[in-house]
Ligand binder design. Structure first.
Ligand code: OKS
Ligand code: ZN
Length: 380
């Protein structure tokens, strides 16, 4: 299997985050990526490849197919703005000014200082903290997008010759919580959404499925393509651009019903407008999620993708924070479950792009990722 990897993904390295009110070392660390890379390197099944530098359009144009220009500018400049504004240590927002939470034109933000605007684009408090510390966050997020796009391109090129094969984009920061104009849950740019848009817009692809097996609900990926977020009504312009009238992406997710991001991911969210019926959530109670329950549910999710007929590519948000010893998650999966997960995904028979998301138990992280990929490869 081809594995795409770029060392620039390591340059985002915040020292701390806030977890349950405590300052702790940042869990979504560069070490995670290095561990997975090292484990995969020891197997002859994986070939490492570098991201393509030379794209027919500016790399940013593929990112802007998913995210707003204002948001991307914000990510690019916020650290420098804050430094100019006197920030030397972490800043936490006092309130969340995010425009999805405000009535249109209710407040002219341009008069506020950068510190006052700290909550503007964030989903949760801990995210702000590491932007404040980091001048390389944007660089790493763009590098991840570049790796994912390269992997998607290779998959689209290859599958004509070698059908039903998988490709792995080994990236961080992860992406599935990031929305068009919102960061959260360690995510800044939505890598799977960027890949999906690329396949739809540049590779003549008619339909893709995103299967999200990270422990957390991928509110960002879901929102991009299928649903207004928490009652937010899209403008006609944003609807056409990004998701509302996009009937070509099926989003299917298995996740904890009772964990971050808390307010999205219920089974009743089925999509809206032309997208109705193209969103399927499988929320599981933490204490119920054993290997057998998880695999049974994954089979149901796979059946939905199977029954959708026309799907040309499968994109997998590959989180292994479902593992029983993950420090921030509560599922009960053992290491024996991961090859089974790979096998079930392979049974769909689609060209498959795996994209790295969460997973924080460092001792097993590499093995669990390798197990999914090897389980997939041995079954195709
Ligand atoms: C903060 C909890 C943050 C959880 C972030 C989830 C990251 C992840 N109290 N998403 O898939 O792995
Ligand atoms: Zn996760």
């Amino acid at each position: 299997m081809k594995v795409y990897y770029g060392p620039e993904c390591l340059c985002h390295d915040p020292p701390h985050e806030i977890l349950s009110g405590r300052l702790v070392p940042y869990l979504e660390s560069p070490r995670r990526l290095e561990l997975v890379k090292n484990t995969l390197s020891r197997s002859s099944s994986f070939v490492f490849l570098s991201p393509e530098q030379d794209w027919p359009h500016n790399l940013l144009s593929y990112v802007l197919a998913v995210h707003t220009e204002e948001y991307v500018d914000h990510l690019k400049t916020i650290y420098d703005d804050w430094v100019v504004d006197g920030v030397q240590v972490a800043v936490l927002p006092e309130t969340f000014l995010h425009h999805r939470l405000r009535a249109p034109n209710s407040l002219d933000l341009s008069n506020l200082s950068p510190i006052a605007r700290a909550g503007e684009e964030a989903l949760s408090v801990h995210l702000r903290l590491h932007i404040a510390h980091q001048d390389h966050t944007f660089q790493a997020a763009i590098a991840a997008a570049q790796v994912v796009l390269t992997a998607a391109r290779a998959l689209a090129d290859d599958h004509l010759a070698i059908p039903d094969r998988g490709t792995f984009a080994l990236v961080r920061p992860p992406g599935h919580h990031a929305q068009d104009a919102l960061c959260g849950g360690y995510c800044f740019l939505n890598n799977v959404a960027i890949a999906a848009k690329y396949l739809l817009q540049h590779r003549g692809c008619g339909s893709v499925a995103i299967l999200d097996i990270d422990y957390h609900h991928g509110n960002g990926s879901r929102w991009m393509f299928r649903l207004p977020f928490c009652g937010y009504e899209p403008t006609r312009e944003s609807a056409q651009q990004i998701f509302y009238e996009e009937p070509r992406v099926l989003y299917v997710s298995l996740h904890a019903a009772d964990d971050y991001p808390y307010f999205t991911g219920s089974a009743g969210e089925r999509g809206a407008g032309p997208g109705f019926g193209f969103n399927h959530n499988f929320p599981l109670a933490q204490k119920d999620a054993t290997d057998d329950v998880y695999c049974g549910t994954l089979q149901q999710a796979a059946d939905i993708i199977r029954q959708s007929g026309e799907i040309e590519y499968l994109i997998v948000s590959l989180g292994v924070d479902t593992y029983q010893e993950d420090p921030i998650c509560g599922f009960l999966l053992t290491q024996r479950c991961y090859p089974r997960i790979g096998e079930i995904i392979a049974s769909l028979g689609k060209p498959t792009l795996f994209v790295m998301e969460g997973g924080y138990h460092l001792e097993t992280l590499g093995d669990n990722v390798a197990s999914v990929l090897l389980g997939f490869e041995q079954a195709v």
